[in-house]
Design a protein around this ligand. Structure first.
Ligand code: FAD
Ligand code: NDP
Length: 350
């Protein structure tokens, strides 16, 4: 069993930003990037998409996979140990925290690692609907993130559809109205789940139509390789009527599943299983356990907000570790002979 000061679980922008800060602070972080954890490759959600156009610093855009490969290289450059395994069991009941990896997590197995602090950055997955045609036109007209993909040329001045009746669907539909010729929201029930204020704005929007009691049943489109979607089959669940409508974009806003099964019963989760953090911080209900990225953010869900929260988690973990260490016998090697403390000890913001 190996002990580390800090372990990061996850491999998206939040995890790697935390790793870059902690490794530059010479805390030798260990990052478990997962082996197809939750069905997603190491690198997280961005590995499932093409160009990222809204991450600052890349005026011509950058491929999602390439961006994550760069982040990983930057983590490693400063000394992060990246382990391609999935954390499958944790014990956060007392410090040091214990972590087990997949296939070695039976009752008799010793933990793979212990840690003074743990940063959870396991992310979330957008829910899919498994419609006929979904696999074929995924990212060729179908998306789970209007803010990410809405501005691309294939959606300009075209009829667009959103599925869902919550705040995300409302927000995404109003965002897409800037680009599409029209936006239709398909709501499976006879009412919206969105907050009153958001629902009122949606229903009053001149470019948005809300179709209640309506579901999509099939996505249709071009037959050539990488062909785009062109039509959608929509069913009225009350009358049973089905029709095929022009549709060049389909955006799912039917909720996300945060990757928190592993932590259930050990830290506070909200009713939708997101980790509860103290607002504006990465503090969870367990001292020494920090959370960042989409696993604790159901509202913004962007690469840059995840990265920002990863930075916060690293700074807070670093502070926690140094306070924890200062209660232990002084480590003579920590302060160099010239009396200058390392940069991260002088400036709490770096
Ligand atoms: P995630 O990216 O969710 O990554 C977490 C990863 O950690 C998991 O995927 C898995 O590999 C690993 N992991 C999970 N559990 C474990 C475990 N137990 N042990 C070890 N490893 C584990 N945002 C933008 O800003 N711009 C865009 O253009 C954009 N486009 C997108 C396109 C698509 C198709 C999708 C799905 C999302 C897009 N997003 C975009 C959103 C963005 O990808 C997310 O907000 C961001 O990736 C969240 O980062 P994260 O660090 O929280 O974790
Ligand atoms: P929600 O779970 O609130 O809404 C999901 C919507 O998708 C519901 O209308 C649901 O229908 C519908 N849905 C689920 N499954 C299907 C399906 N198989 N077929 C068709 N429709 C389906 O998720 P959101 O992402 O909208 O919101 C998550 C949380 O984030 C909420 O707490 C929300 O308030 C918050 N949020 C707040 C924002 C803001 O304040 N600006 C912005 C975005 C999110 P049904 O109602 O019938 O269950």
């Amino acid at each position: 069993m190996v002990h580390s000061k800090v372990v990061i679980i996850g491999s998206g922008p939040a995890a790697h930003t935390a790793a870059i800060y902690l490794s530059r602070a010479e805390l030798q972080p260990v990052l478990y990037e997962g082996m197809l954890a939750n069905g997603t490759a190491a690198g997280g959600q961005l590995t499932t998409t093409t160009d990222i156009e809204n991450f600052p610093g890349f005026p011509d855009g950058i491929g999602g996979g390439e961006l994550m490969e760069n982040m990983r290289k930057q983590s490693v450059r400063f000394g992060t140990e990246v382990i391609t395994e999935t954390i499958s069991k944790v014990d956060l009941s007392q410090r040091p925290f214990k972590l087990w990896t997949e296939w070695s997590d039976g009752p008799e197995d010793a933990p793979a690692r212990t840690a003074d602090a743990v940063i959870i950055a396991t992310g979330a997955n957008a829910r899919r609907l498994d419609l006929p045609g979904e696999e074929k036109y995924w990212q060729n007209g179908i998306s789970a993130c209007a803010v990410c993909d809405g501005a691309v040329p294939i959606f300009r001045n075209k009829p667009l559809f959103v599925i869902g009746g919550g705040d995300s669907a409302a927000e995404e539909a109003m965002f897409l109205a800037k680009y599409g010729s029209s936006v239709t929201v398909l709501v499976r029930r006879d009412k919206l789940r969105a907050s009153k204020a958001m629902a009122n704005r949606l229903l009053a929007h001149p470019k948005v139509t809300v179709r209640f009691n309506s579901v999509a049943t099939q996505v249709l489109g071009e037959e050539k390789p990488n062909g785009l979607m062109t039509h959608l089959k929509v069913k009225n669940v009350v009358s049973g009527e089905e029709e095929v409508v022009d549709a060049n974009g389909l955006f799912y806003a039917v909720g996300h599943d945060p990757a928190t099964a592993l932590f259930k019963g050990q830290i506070n989760l909200d009713e939708e299983s997101y980790i509860v953090t103290k607002p504006g911080t990465s503090y969870t209900s367990v001292e020494g356990v920090f959370a960042c990225g989409d696993v604790q953010d159901k509202r913004y869900r962007q690469a840059i907000t995840s990265a920002g929260s990863g930075c916060i988690a690293a700074l807070e973990a670093e502070k926690f570790i140094s306070e924890h260490e200062s209660q232990e016998p002084a480590n003579e090697t920590e302060v160099p002979a010239d009396g200058n403390a390392p940069e991260y000890k002088q400036n709490p913001l770096l």
